[in-house]
Design a protein around this ligand. Structure first.
Ligand code: ADP
Ligand code: MG
Length: 269
């Protein structure tokens, strides 16, 4: 079993240069820790810095202040044992589905026979059997997302960064992929950071839900989800325990959503 990694954000702030040349603060004093094998969701209003937080763990961006550590080492560059499923499409447009999914195992130098077996397995899991020779532009948005998921999950990463991975999927595929993700996590022990705007999804999947403040993002509240595992994502949301924790988190989240919405209204005037 792969072992998940430990992740620690210490007092992280991140500023970006705006096109006008001044600074925009996306994240402010973001501070939290994730234990190996923990599944943690980040929820918060649009623009609060959720995607930015993931890019800081991935080594694609670096903090302006504070530190992000994986296994007690400051993140300095991209680590191949980390899987990242981006919010936007990130398949290789010039490769067909099979080659897209095979990219990681090939890069690691796995024998071609094993690569092929793994590719078939994962293409099957994401429901794309028969589409192996299609190119990304010949697929729907939801199908491309499934390619991206297979492309990442096939590597059984020790740290999985998922940025709204299911939002482009239809309801059925979403349910299947949610169950797959839960199983995969249980099988591999990977640490997962999951960004979603869907609170139900966050609770169903997570060990912990972090609610972020309206931007600049920091941790507003931290909820431990003590629902028993293994969970059936489709059934769990009807249990009284689920409904109780949902209401509790939503009350906190709603305040931040309202703040973000009010700002948007002012900005659009
Ligand atoms: N590379 C960048 N350059 C400038 N501004 C950015 C960049 N990335 C994100 N931002 C800004 O930082 C804020 C947080 O963005 P993001 O992390 O994508 O939010 P979320 O994922 O929570 O919706 C947004 O206002 C966004 O416009
Ligand atoms: Mg985002």
């Amino acid at each position: 079993m792969t072992k998940g990694v430990h992740v620690k954000f210490s007092n992280v702030s991140k500023r970006f240069r705006t096109p006008k040349g001044d600074w925009y603060q996306a994240i402010k004093e973001l501070d939290f820790e994730i234990q190996p094998g923990e599944f943690v969701s980040l929820v918060g209003p649009t623009g609060c810095g959720k995607s930015t937080a993931l890019t800081l763990v991935s080594g694609l961006e670096f903090p302006s202040l504070g530190s992000v550590k994986v296994e007690n080492e400051t993140v300095k560059d991209i680590d191949t044992s980390t899987g990242f499923v981006f919010q936007h499409d990130a398949t290789f447009p010039w490769m067909n589905v099979a080659n897209n999914v095979a990219a990681g195992p090939r890069f690691r130098g796995l024998p071609e026979k094993d690569v092929q077996a793994l590719v078939q397995l994962w293409i099957g899991k994401v429901g794309l059997t028969g589409f192996e020779k299609h190119f990304p532009h010949q697929l729907s948005g939801g199908m491309r997302k499934r390619v991206a998921l297979a492309q990442s999950l096939i590597n059984e990463p020790r740290l999985l960064l998922l940025d709204e991975p299911f939002s482009a999927l239809d309801v059925q595929t979403r349910a299947i992929m949610t169950e797959e993700l839960m199983q995969l996590r249980d099988q591999t022990g990977a640490t997962v950071m999951f960004v979603t705007h869907d609170l139900e999804e966050a609770i169903a999947l997570s060990d912990r839900v972090l609610v972020m403040t309206a931007g600049p993002g920091s941790v507003k509240a931290n909820f431990k989800i003590d629902l028993p595992r293994p969970r059936k994502a489709r059934d769990i949301r009807f249990s009284p325990e689920f409904i109780k924790i949902y209401q509790e988190i939503w009350e906190v989240l709603r305040e931040e959503v309202d703040v973000a919405y009010a700002r948007q209204l002012i900005a659009s005037k």
